[in-house]
Design a protein around this ligand. Structure first.
Ligand code: G3I
Length: 687
């Protein structure tokens, strides 16, 4: 563990940057999440404590003992996110930035208990008629900045954190600085202008970027190498929060320094002097629903001043039921059952809590179509697939039955697919967002839906570098294996009987075919993959255990990396049963023979294969016909390979897709089949 030098006096990092012990302690806790890349600076002389190198920041730069560790590229600059050909673009950085509340002392956390058990929801709040829908126990909201004390604020700017490539030579290239930063206080209702002017001790022009921008703030380019954060906080912003800003070296962009500025927002002496802004209403996208299905719409009133507007609904159908949301007083829920086709335009009107004359109006459009509109010719995909002992599937959006079109979503999915993956609801940040708290409802509901419709469930995903809760990212490296094991055991203890197939490890490779940086690699080394599979096998002896990855369906360094990884897992007799090829591709994809070869390579190692996350984005001038050809081509490869057990699309309607803008799926936003659907239908039928 990082040792704090208790005799360390406050060190003047620059004429204005102080790092006294309290602040250093806070940053030290955060720095644990960044091991081994991080140099903690500003406290004492250069030295190494259990793998963390410390160094002293002076106005002229940093003194260092040498490399910070074996890892590769630091967070935010990883080059393995976009993939070489059709890669993912939405993935998170591989290592966490120092932005989460500290839980680094956790060695283990309480197992789930009765307090985590979901309970049936009042049926008026959802669109599923046949079965009860479960919801999780209410949880207190997580306020990320709430643990920053007045003492920490008063202690001055926390010590900056240097992030450097492992072999960086600090003698020849010193890290950039923000010489003028200090913690700031701003009065709610007034405007903060924080000038951000990095310098490079070596004389170049340093860059900068923010970890994230507060809602409502702007990050203005002054076109003179500096930027200004402009923010007008209001009543809900009162408290102390962090702004994390990186100074970037002009020559070596992987050399960066993360500065944490504490911003305190206080109320003015007369809080009524703060301007009362009009309320708002969160957008509800136009919906297409099926005549006769219940329609449930959640309408959220908002107010920048933090009051709760009264939401009125006008022009609603007869027999509409009005309800308050259980957990969020800003949300009004309405439910009705349309009795005829046509367009219903509800009017939502928010009235300001302090001044009811101050209003905001928003139309909500519901397009009601007769059931026949959604009838499709030919046989259903699942029937065609089942006839060939094959599985055709989709990834389920979270909580579809809480959307207006939930009935249609469920009916389409259950009629077309015989396997389903939870798109998000089994990820660690969803299941176990805070230590000892488990949210099971979304996964339970999906399993119940699948069982009611005779579908298999494909669990996704146990060990991944991202979508981790903040508390996991902040754990000490030496405790992580315990947390990994406990998560696997707890999830499989609940679901092993119902979920026969699991993505055990997801996306461990970088674009060059090496292991990507992650909190798991950092803490456990390359053996984390093998260990994850062993823990999963122990907890679910009968399950099919997969390694799931993107950009491995065609030749290249990543595909070669996959085969090396598989060989090493086989060498150690790791209990792996198969590989998931994600296949997030574009409509001009044509490397089908390479996909076939890769599937052959994997099956020649005695492993099953799955197409796990197929979607085919249409970009530029690409056409639905091209898209259909890709769906068909990928399906053909899979059907022709005895090892390939399923083709699973990453969603089914363009309305709910992570790449919604590129309409990558087989049904359009109105649940009408696209050429891709017909192509799958024909190919499954053997044509
Ligand atoms: O549900 C919240 C919503 O309440 C909130 O208002 C909104 C604001 O951002 O966020 C919503 O959650 C988002 C969620 O998708 C549902 O839309 C998350 O922020 C967002 O991070 C999440 O993205 C998912 C992503 O994985 C990261 O987990 C995508 O839906 C999901 O399609 C994508 O799936 C991954 C696979 O798991 C692994 N392979 C690649 C694939 C595509 O990136």
């Amino acid at each position: 563990m990082l040792k704090r030098n208790s005799c360390c006096p406050p060190v003047r990092a620059t004429p204005t940057v102080l790092a006294p012990p309290a602040a250093a302690s806070r940053l030290a806790r955060r720095a644990l999440a960044l091991l081994p890349l991080v140099l903690i600076i500003g406290c004492g002389k250069s030295g190494s404590t259990d793998g963390v190198h410390t160094a002293e920041l002076t106005p002229s730069g940093i003194g260092s003992e040498g490399p910070a560790g074996p890892s590769g590229i630091p967070p935010g600059l990883a080059d393995d996110e976009t993939g070489s050909i059709q890669g993912n673009t939405g993935a998170d950085a591989p290592l966490p930035a120092p932005d989460a509340p500290p839980h680094s002392s956790l060695t283990e956390t309480p197992a789930p208990d009765q307090g985590d058990e979901p309970t049936p929801q009042d049926e008026r709040f959802h669109t599923t008629l046949e079965r009860p829908i479960l919801e999780d126990p209410p949880r207190p909201a997580i306020v990320p900045w709430s643990d920053i004390s007045e003492e920490e604020f008063a202690a001055g700017l926390p010590a900056p954190v240097v992030i450097a490539p492992p072999d960086h030579d600090f003698d020849s290239n010193q890290p950039p600085l923000f010489p003028d930063l200090r913690n700031v206080t701003v009065v709610a209702g007034e405007q903060l202008e924080l000038h951000l002017a990095p310098i490079d001790p070596d004389g170049g022009i340093a860059g900068q970027y923010l970890k994230e921008l507060f809602p409502g703030a702007t990050y203005v380019d002054n076109f003179d190498t500096t930027r200004t954060l402009v923010w007008s906080p209001l009543q809900p912003d009162v408290g102390i929060r962090e702004l994390i800003v990186y100074a970037v070296d002009p020559v070596e962009p992987r050399l960066r320094v993360a500065y944490t500025v504490l911003i305190k927002v206080v109320l003015p002496e007369d809080p009524t002097s703060i301007v009362n802004h009009p309320p708002g209403i969160d957008r509800v996208a136009p919906q297409t629903v099926r005549l006769g299905d219940p329609v449930v719409v959640q309408i959220k009133g908002t107010d920048r001043n933090g009051t709760i507007p009264r939401v009125e609904i006008a022009d609603y159908p007869a027999d509409t039921t009005f309800m308050r949301h259980r957990d969020d007083p800003r949300i009004r829920v309405i439910r009705f059952v349309p009795t005829e086709p046509g367009t219903i335009t509800l009017q939502a009107i928010a009235h300001d809590a302090l001044d009811p004359e101050l209003t905001h109006r928003k139309p909500i459009v519901i397009n009601v179509e007769a059931a026949e509109t959604f009838e499709r010719s030919g046989e259903r995909l699942r029937d065609l697939a089942s006839a060939r002992d094959f599985h055709i599937g989709y990834a389920s959006s979270t909580r579809p039955y809480h959307r207006a079109d939930g009935g249609l979503y469920a009916a389409t999915a259950s009629s077309e697919f015989n396997i389903v993956t939870p798109e998000n609801s089994m990820k660690w940040d969803r299941l176990n967002p805070t230590p000892g708290d488990y949210n099971w409802a979304a996964a339970d509901n999906l399993i119940d839906f699948a069982q009611a419709n005779d579908m298999r469930v494909h669990g996704h995903t146990l060990v991944w570098y991202t979508q981790l809760p903040a508390w996991v990212k902040e754990t000490r490296p030496e405790t992580r294996e315990t947390h990994m094991r406990q998560f696997i055991e707890r999830v499989l203890e609940r679901y092993a009987d119902d979920v026969p197939l699991w993505d055990v490890v997801n996306e461990s490779l970088d674009r060059n075919g090496g292991l990507r940086n992650s909190i798991w690699l950092e803490a456990m080394g390359p053996s984390y993959i093998e260990k994850a599979f062993r823990y999963a096998r122990d907890a679910a002896p009968d399950a099919t255990l997969l390694y799931n990855e993107y950009d491995i369906g065609w030749y290249g360094p990543k595909a070669r990396g996959l085969l090396r990884l598989l060989d090493s897992l086989i060498e150690t007799e790791t209990p792996i049963d198969g590989v998931g090829f994600q296949m997030h591709v574009d409509a001009d994809f044509d490397r089908f023979h390479e996909l076939a070869d890769m599937i052959d390579e994997v099956s020649s190692r005695g492993l099953d294969t799955y197409i796990t996350e197929l979607d085919v984005s249409m970009r530029g001038e690409q056409t639905e016909a091209q898209q259909a050809a890709v769906f068909r081509g990928v399906l053909s490869v899979c059907l022709e390979a005895p090892s390939c057990k399923a083709l699973q699309a990453w969603g089914f309607t363009d309305r709910y897709s992570w790449r919604e803008a590129f309409t990558p799926l087989m049904f359009d936003r109105e649940y009408q089949p696209k050429p891709a659907y017909r192509a799958l239908q024909r190919r499954l039928a053997g044509n």
